[in-house]
Every structure is written in C-alpha cells, then in structure tokens.
Design a protein around this ligand. Sequence first.
Ligand SMILES: Nc1ncnc2c1ncn2[C@@H]1O[C@H](COP(=O)(O)OP(=O)(O)OP(=O)(O)O)[C@@H](O)[C@H]1O
Ligand SMILES: Nc1ncnc2c1ncn2[C@@H]1O[C@H](COP(=O)(O)OP(=O)(O)OP(=O)(O)O)[C@@H](O)[C@H]1O
Ligand SMILES: [Mg+2]
Ligand SMILES: [Mg+2]
Lengths: 256, 256
Amino acid sequence: MAKILTVTNQKGGVGKTTTSVNLAASLAAMHKRVLLIDLDPQGNATMGSGVDKHDLTLSVYELLTDQASAKESIITNLEVGYDVLGANGDLTAAEVELLQMTRREFRLKMALDAVADQYDFILIDNPPSLSLLTVNALASSDGVIIPMQCEYYALEGISALVGTIDKIHERLNPRLKIEGILRTMFDPRMSLTKDVSDHLLEYFGDQVYRTVIPRNVRLAEAPSHGLPAIMYDKNSRGAIAYLALAGELVRRTDKE
Amino acid sequence: MAKILTVTNQKGGVGKTTTSVNLAASLAAMHKRVLLIDLDPQGNATMGSGVDKHDLTLSVYELLTDQASAKESIITNLEVGYDVLGANGDLTAAEVELLQMTRREFRLKMALDAVADQYDFILIDNPPSLSLLTVNALASSDGVIIPMQCEYYALEGISALVGTIDKIHERLNPRLKIEGILRTMFDPRMSLTKDVSDHLLEYFGDQVYRTVIPRNVRLAEAPSHGLPAIMYDKNSRGAIAYLALAGELVRRTDKE
Ligand SMILES: Nc1ncnc2c1ncn2[C@@H]1O[C@H](COP(=O)(O)OP(=O)(O)OP(=O)(O)O)[C@@H](O)[C@H]1O
Ligand SMILES: Nc1ncnc2c1ncn2[C@@H]1O[C@H](COP(=O)(O)OP(=O)(O)OP(=O)(O)O)[C@@H](O)[C@H]1O
Ligand SMILES: [Mg+2]
Ligand SMILES: [Mg+2]
C-alpha cells in the first residue's frame, strides 16, 4: 500500500515543487514505484518532470470533477522514472466547482484508492495556499513534508500551517502527521539562516530532517530542461542532497 | 487623486511583499503620502511594516465584508512613515464570503473611493494566487507592478498573469495597465538569471524597470525587525535599489 505524502507550505517560493520533483526522482532511483501528483494550477511540477502542461489531454482537474479515473489520467513510462498526474490552468476552476460537491474534501482520496496499491510512494505538490485543493491532499495523506526556507516570513507562517494540519487530523484524517520539516535553499554563511534553523530544531526537534538542501544553482537550472537535478547534473550538491533525503525518508518509513 | 498600484505575481516567493514594503517606505522618504494595503492572509506586509497582525482590531477583512470603513481600519502615524491597512488569517474567510456578494469584484474599490484623495500612492500587496482577492485589487488599480525572480518557473507563469490582467482590463477596469516588471533577487553571476532577464527585455521592452533589485541579505533580515530596509540599513544595496525604484516610478508617473 502506497505511503501518500503531501508537500505543502502556504508561504510561496520555499522549494515545494523542487522538493516534489527531486524527491520523486531520487525515490525512483532507489527502485521505488512513485507517482507525483501536481495540485498547483501553475503546473510547475508537471513541467519540471518533462511533461508539457499545455499538451495534457487529462489532468488532475478531470479526476477531481469525476470526468476521468486515475488510471486514465496518470502518465506512465516517462524518462524521469516516475509516473505523473499533471496539472494546468484548468485546475483553477476546480476550486470553485469543488465547493458545490458532496464529500468535497475527499474527491482526491476516493480517486486515489483505485491506484494506491500500484505504488510505494505518492507525492503531492501543492500551490502556495491552504485552499480546498490542499485540504484534499491532506485528507488523502499519511504524512506532510514541509519545505522551509530559513527566513523570517517563512518561519512566521509555520504555526498557521501546523494549525491546519492539526484540524485536518482531528476532523478528516486521523492518520495524518508531520512527516518532516525540510530546510531548503540553506546558506550557512547567513546568520539569519542559522537563527531560523535553530528555532526550528528547538521547536520541532526530531521532526526536522537531518538532511539539509543547500542553495545550489543546478536545482534552479534543471527545470528549464524538464529534468530533475539527478538527471541534469547528478554530481551537483543539490542532486546529492535530495538523494540523501530519499534515503532518510525510506529509513524513517521502514522503522515505523 | 492617488495612483493605485497592485503588486502581484501568482508565482510564490518572488519578492511581492519585500517590494510592497520597501517601495512604500521609499516613496514616503520622498515625502509622498502612501497607504500600503495587505491583501494576503499570511499578513507578511503587515508584520514587515512593524504592525503585529495578531493585535489588529480591524483589518482588510472587515473592510471587504462591510463591517468597517477604510477610515476606521487604516492605521496611521506609524514609525515606517506610511499608513497600513493590515491583514491576518481572518482574510481567508473573505474569499468564500465575497463569492456570495453582489459587485464582489468591486468591494475594495468602493471602500477605497472614500480615502483615495488623501494619498499620492496606494500600494496593494497580494497573496501568491489569482483569486477573487487579487481580482479586487486589479479592479481598483491604475497599474500593476510584477516582481519577477529571473528563474524558469517564474518566467513560465508570466503569460497566465498577463492574460488575467488583459481580461480585467477588458471586463472590469479599462484603466488598468502593466506599470512595470521588476527584476528581483538578481544575481548577475548566474547565467540562468541573465538568460531570463534577456527574455523579459525582449518580450516586454520598456515595461521592464531599469532598476534591478540585487539579492541582498539585508532585505531578508529587515522584516524580523518589523522595518523596511531603508530604516534597518539605509546604506545596504537592497535599500538603495528600492529608493532608485521609487525614483523611477515617480519619474514615469510625472511623465504621463
Ligand atoms: N535549493 C535550491 N537552490 C537554488 N534554487 C532553488 C532551490 N530550491 C528551489 N530553487 C529555485 O527557487 C525557486 C522557488 O522554488 P520552487 O518553485 O520549487 O518553490 P515553491 O515553493 O514550489 O514555489 P510556489 O510557492 O510558487 O509553488 C525556483 O525558481 C527554484 O528553481
Ligand atoms: N532582493 C532580495 N534579496 C534577498 N532576499 C530577498 C530579496 N527579496 C526578498 N527576499 C527574501 O526572499 C523571501 C521571499 O520574498 P517575499 O516574501 O517578499 O516574496 P513574496 O512574493 O511576497 O512571497 P509570497 O508568494 O509568499 O507572498 C523572503 O524571505 C524575503 O525576505
Ligand atoms: Mg511550486
Ligand atoms: Mg508576500
């Protein structure tokens, strides 16, 4: 049965998509069967995985609005080594349409039940908000990965995010927990980064991944080639860090 | 009559809040009368201006839902030199409530009409999405400032943003135009940055500001002190760049 993980943080630009794409590729490199779901109308995780969002015949929009099944919408046999359920601008309409539907928080979960046993990991990338799309992701998941840029505004917003996760745990999904907090774009030379990182370790302890993702230009260049960093430049510090993260995630999962 | 500017980009983490706060402070330093409106439930522009979002008795939420007037909700006589209409988590509810209201796209514009003549500039910071809150901002504005990190995902999303601005111009606000595209966190050593910047200049020409905001750690440190960079460290490259931007904006405005 797949472990389903939501990658989310309502703060923008903290590395959600970069983490989703590169963690999916790293788990696939460890011979895990992986599905990456893009729940962001920007479609960045779709493009970053080499799938042109403008060419999608079926996307997560059709899945959520009952126009297609997961099996029909999922794209397989990709160069990146993992399967993709893509997104594009159509998804913006899903937000308003979902509001009118019954069991609107569970549309994604109901659709994934049919395919979950075909994967070891399902990762869900999210837009920078705590909207009904993200509620659907959290209601479907075993855990939440929180990418966290070690800066003031990102730290300021984490309590709202933890509050939302607690609410979903109580009302919609009792198995939901924080899988891990991931420090991203980490620049040890900045005292601000170090201060915020110390805050996180003090407050969240073991929930903070030991693996830290450094700021590394290769991670910013790879998406323009539609590739994860381990395929664009496998010896880069960014690619190595995400492989290490995949290792840490698998070790923690095996221990449970 | 105030010039009303929306600062927006649905891509997350591109410097919308940093631009809103520092441009407001720089215009105030030029003795302009400035109001900064925070339309993001994260409340970053509120906190970045030294106003504790948890202490707000009235916020933009009450304004949009007709529970208070602009005059009652605006906070004046602040150390930062400009007035603030703050936001906090309550604003998340406004999104759904606005959907049920008449003239829902014009709630902000109607509220601002009463105070617009008291200011030279009104800046509106937005969340990383193209939602009804941002439609309200665009429907109220003379122009749009688009902060733009020179990286792939940010470039990828700009055509959707320009499309939205065109639609608002046609249907809701015929005076709306792109005021300027601002290159932020600019690191000239990265070839990716240079490539994306060349793309922007080729495609948007004069609409791209000559002023470029460099990556400068002082801009990331200032918010934790609740201050704009020109008050936290006025000789920093970040503070100087935003003063230059204010100068360029005023020159362009005077020429019109
Ligand atoms: N460790 C890193 N080093 C250097 N650049 C990075 C790193 N991680 C992400 N980036 C770049 O920073 C930008 C923001 O990252 P990304 O788009 O993954 O964040 P996000 O949280 O998904 O943003 P959004 O809130 O818009 O969904 C992108 O241009 C990305 O390429
Ligand atoms: N020029 C710069 N140099 C260094 N750091 C910067 C610069 N501009 C912004 N930052 C930092 O980068 C992060 C993202 O900036 P900011 O929060 O202003 O972006 P935003 O577009 O408002 O994000 P959101 O999409 O969440 O609203 C913040 O931690 C900020 O302090
Ligand atoms: Mg993203
Ligand atoms: Mg912001």
